[in-house]
Structures are given as structure tokens and as C-alpha cells.
Design a protein around this ligand. Structure first.
Ligand SMILES: O=C(CO)[C@@H](O)[C@H](O)COP(=O)(O)O
Ligand SMILES: [Co+2]
Length: 228
């Protein structure tokens, strides 16, 4: 099922994925309804452990709560130490795609294979200071390569354009992998992301900081498509 989801996202690219980090956790049902009304095609869920990154968010129960609320693909971004110890629990909670950070594991390729063996799409992320070289050997195992345009850990940070060069480098190395960008993506930066070749655009504050999600997603989508 998750492989089908990936094919759908590839077909629909560029696709905006709302990052729920800044949503109203007191009313998840309403937040999902508002995002569905805005036409979003997948949700991006940020899991932080306070160790790999200096911030904590949520774990499997919140992923499971979103799973109960929607059939949209759930793209789970693990910003945690030893993610390999938890991937089964995230799959059981309802994740469709699980992305691990290359900086957090010893053997990226083997962790991606483990994610696949659970039936999930497998993604690998790198922070702005981590070179693409760090994931070259693992790329053939990845469905998705996430280029962080901020240091993982917080929403609302400024966009780091180093991610754009890395998107181009990943595309040169691998024509099949879906390329996602995450951090500081907004109306001013989204065009540069799709122009560079990003397929999936994670957006937090530029949606959840706006009163009207429908207008925010529509304007972001127009800017993304115009530059792609
Ligand atoms: O993974 C992360 C942060 O580490 C993101 O998914 C952010 O939550 C995106 O938020 P904005 O930068 O768009 O506000
Ligand atoms: Co994220």
C-alpha cells in the first residue's frame, strides 16, 4: 500500500506536505479536516526525541491518532537516535513512509532495507552540514531522499539554500528517488525548491501560521508548479 502511495506522490509532484509540528494538537480532527479541505495529499509527521535534536515532540500514539483520522499517506520523519529500534512500532502505528537521518544510524542501507521489509516506503534524510556523499551508497535502497534546509529540530527557521545544490546532486546520482525538502519552505523559497528538482515540499509555519489553510496551500502550490 505504501509503495502505491509513493507512486501517487511521484505522479502528482510537486506535492506539498504539511508538517503538523505547529498544528493545534488540542483539535487534531479539525486540523485534518481543514487540511483535507485545502486538498493536501499527504501528511508529514515530525518525531523528535530530545537527544538526536534538542527538542521533543511526539511518538507512536500521535501517529496512530492521525492514522485513525485519515487515509492520507503518513510521511513520518524520525529525528531520533537509534531509529532502527522503533521502526516496527511506527509501522504498526500507521506510518506509510518512514524517513531516518543518516547521521543517526551506523548502516543507512541496512536500516532502509529493514523499513522496506515492514512494507513501508523508506527515506533517508541529511542535515544541511551533511554532504550527499554520506548517503551515496544507500541511495539505491531509498524511495525518498530528504534534504533538510534547516537543522532538524524546530519549525519556523530560516531556509538554508545549501539544500538546493544537494537536490541537484542527488538527482544527478539517482534519477528515480523522490526528493523531499524540509525547513523554511514558504512562498518566497518554494519556487527555488521545485526549480532545483524537489518533488515533495514540506511546509510547516507557512501553512499553520496562516488563518486560512485553503489559500495558503493554493498559493504555495501555484508558486511550486510555476517554477517546476
Ligand atoms: O523537520 C522539521 C523540523 O526539524 C520540519 O518538518 C519543520 O516542522 C518544518 O517547519 P517550517 O520550517 O516549514 O516552519
Ligand atoms: Co520534518
Amino acid at each position: 500500500m505504501s509503495r502505491d502511495h509513493l507512486a501517487q506522490l511521484r505522479e502528482a509532484a510537486p506535492v506539498i506536505l504539511p508538517s503538523l509540528l505547529l498544528c493545534d494538537f488540542g483539535n487534531l480532527e479539525r486540523e485534518v479536516e481543514r487540511l483535507l479541505a485545502a486538498g493536501v495529499q499527504a501528511l508529514h509527521l515530525d518525531v523528535m526525541d530530545g537527544i538526536f535534536v534538542p527538542n521533543m515532540t511526539y511518538g507512536m500514539p500521535i501517529v496512530a491518532a492521525f492514522r485513525k483520522l485519515t487515509d492520507l499517506p503518513l510521511d513520518v520523519h524520525l529525528m531520533i537516535e537509534k531509529p532502527e529500534q522503533y521502526i516496527r512500532q511506527f509501522q504498526q502505528a500507521g506510518a506509510d513512509v518512514i524517513t531516518i537521518h543518516a547521521e543517526a544510524v551506523d548502516d543507512v542501507a541496512s536500516t532502509l532495507r529493514d523499513i522496506h521489509s515492514l512494507g513501508c516506503g523508506a527515506g533517508v534524510a541529511i542535515n544541511p552540514d551533511t554532504p550527499v556523499d554520506a548517503i551515496v551508497d544507500a541511495l539505491p535502497e531509498a524511495d525518498l531522499a530528504l534534504m533538510m534546509s534547516v537543522n532538524a529540530g524546530f519549525g519556523g527557521q530560516a531556509f538554508n539554500p545549501i539544500a538546493l545544490d544537494k537536490i541537484r546532486e542527488v538527482r544527478r546520482l539517482n534519477s528515480d528517488v523522490l526528493i523531499e525538502i524540509d525547513g523554511g519552505v514558504n512562498l518566497d523559497t518554494i519556487g527555488r525548491c521545485t526549480e532545483a528538482g524537489a518533488d515533495l515540499l514540506v511546509v510547516g509555519s507557512a501553512i499553520f501560521g496562516k488563518p486560512d489553510y485553503i489559500t495558503a496551500v493554493r498559493d504555495l502550490n501555484s508558486a511550486a508548479v510555476a517554477a517546476s
